[in-house]
Ligand binder design. Structure first.
Ligand code: PTJ
Length: 252
């Protein structure tokens, strides 16, 4: 801990989350830009009341159904996600039998190694995309995110890419993959382009996904398909924006 935050502090939860990210930065897990991305997220979290709202619940259920229906799902991690909820993402991988892949925008060998070590310390058995895992480059992408695992994103039909930049989301969608994201900003390009956008904080959404996945394990394919088919991402993003507008009206 860099500073002592008493649990009684009105912003305790938010400050604890911030500390995790700063610690991740100090350990070389989080990119400098990851700190800026977090600030943007915090602002939107404030606007949605720092709680999982009904629009996030709906998207979470659809996301879980899509993961359970997938043939080759993958959970893609960046520095922010690995720092904010490492145990929880490992838990989600286990509950949904989905492999984890590290895929970085600001990719360096040092960060790859640190993230691999960090995720192993948090209980991950296998991490794709780094270390000895065989990678390949996908043409649609210009950034270092084009380096993907042959056993992971390359063959995936469904990719979970939380806190993602817009170019990559567009490229994944263009290559025929279904994209699930978590993004507190309902207006971001990723939020708009993904098939399923969970507008919530990653620290709340990943545990909720695990809980829901466990509860949906016995659903039939038809039930899962119906949940996916009934989900409307654009309508849900509008609900998130309307919620924010309403909150601003009430507060002003
Ligand atoms: O670790 P790397 O090298 O792969 O880089 C990761 C970052 C996050 C720097 C990179 O993906 C990036 O630049 O992302 P963007 O384009 O800033 O997008 C991040 C999105 O995540 C923004 O729309 C933020 O509002 C949102 N966000 C930030 N923190 C959270 C969040 N959404 C959910 N939960 C959060 N805690």
């Amino acid at each position: 801990m860099l500073i002592e935050v008493p649990d009684s502090h009105p912003r305790a939860q938010s400050l604890h989350i911030r500390e995790k990210l700063i610690n991740g930065f100090d350990k070389g897990l989080v990119a400098k830009a990851g700190l800026i991305a977090h600030g943007r997220g915090e602002c939107f979290d404030y606007l949605i009341g720092e709680k999982t709202q009904s629009f996030a619940e709906w998207a979470t259920e659809a996301a879980c159904a899509m993961l359970l229906l997938a043939k080759h799902p993958v959970l893609s991690l960046n520095g922010n996600v690995a720092s904010l909820c490492p145990d929880e993402i490992v838990e989600l991988g286990k509950a949904s039998s989905t492999p984890l892949e590290i895929n970085l925008f600001y990719r360096t060998k040092e960060r790859e190694n640190e993230l691999l070590k960090h995720m192993k310390e948090h209980g991950a058995h296998e991490i794709l995309g780094v270390g000895d895992d065989e990678t390949i480059q996908i043409e649609e992408l210009q950034s270092k995110r084009r380096i993907v695992s042959k056993k992971g994103i390359f063959i995936a039909d469904v990719v979970f890419v939380p806190l993602e930049d817009g170019d990559r989301t567009e490229a994944l969608v263009a290559s025929g993959k279904k994209v699930i994201t978590v993004d507190l900003n309902p207006l971001s390009r990723t939020a708009q382009k993904a098939q399923i956008t969970i507008v919530d904080n990653i620290v709340r959404s990943v545990p909720l996904m695990t809980e829901k996945i466990k509860g949906m394990k016995n659903y039939s394919v038809e039930q899962l398909q119906e949940i996916c088919d009934n989900f409307d991402n654009q309508q849900n993003l509008k609900s998130a924006l309307q919620f924010i507008l309403q909150r601003l009206r009430e507060l002003s």
